[in-house]
Design a protein around this ligand. Sequence first.
Ligand code: ZN
Length: 361
Amino acid sequence: MKRSFRSRATSFFIYIGKRYRLLIVPAIIGLAISVLLCNLGDYFRRGTKRFACTIFILLCFMLGNSFAFPVFQEEMGFTSGDMIQEAVPATEESDITLLEYEETALDDLQVLDDEDVLEGYEDAELHDMENAEKYSLTDILEENEQLLSEDSLEDTAIEVSEVQEEYQFSADDWKLVLINKQHPVPDDYTFKLGDIKTIKGNMQCDERIIEELLSMMQAAKKDGVTLAICSPYRDLNRQKYLFNRKIEIYMSKGMSYMEAYCISSQAVTVPGASEHQIGLAIDIVSDDYITLDEGFADTAAGKWLAEHSYEYGFILRYPKGKEYITSIEYEPWHFRYVGKEAAAVMAQENLTLEEFWNKYL
Ligand SMILES: [Zn+2]
């Protein structure tokens, strides 16, 4: 009697399994596969008609759909919707031109900053809005004289090589907490807001950075640079408000939600992913240049900050040319406190906080 393929394959694998004990696992797998293949073959042989029908229906479906394409409809005289109004009709030589998709030129659009978003804003209900004003250097220094210690004006520069050799950075250090789109503010993050007095009222940030912020401003004043602080600590609501407002404005210019979301997240950080929420970031401008834009980098204040901020533990958080790492456009006004040691290392090695984490933590 002629043995079937299945029984021959089965006895072959059983033989292999018995003879070479080590091969028992591959033999079992081979057996399972051959049984499966045999069953599949059987199944297809029995249902030939059914499968032929299915394939025929599928083919009809594919053909029917490809001719529903706008260009063909146009040719056959169907009235088209708005979408294909501009489709070029097929010419006599029958070269088919497809409707060109016009991409929104994101680069040409003016990127909105907080100023634009807040323009015309009058709803005082929103907490902290008045803090969007600028606090000038003289005002802040005068009002906080008692906070400035005697030695805060001493030369506080530290040696980077010493830090690199001796200082041990820790990932648990509050100064180094990494906040970005991939690392939102941890739910259990706690800190104490401290007040810096100004004539207009108090502005707030993490109380642990106030002393160094003040001494930085004082040092700048000594060098003849007048800094001004705007938007220090922002709570989540304000952050959400700024973000949504920006999306609305872009959408009113004809962008889709996704496009508006993408471009907004380049300029304002996504809610929950802002260092302003943890009181460690401060936007600094100067008395005579009050807009948050790239032009600030060329002012005396912008240059002074770029050069000296690290001496007081602050870094330019979103530098030019590192946008691919930070995912935030160049912001010469946004400074983040990381502590003197880390700031010195980052300034020396030209690292962003993300790169610093990769290298040292
Ligand atoms: Zn900022």
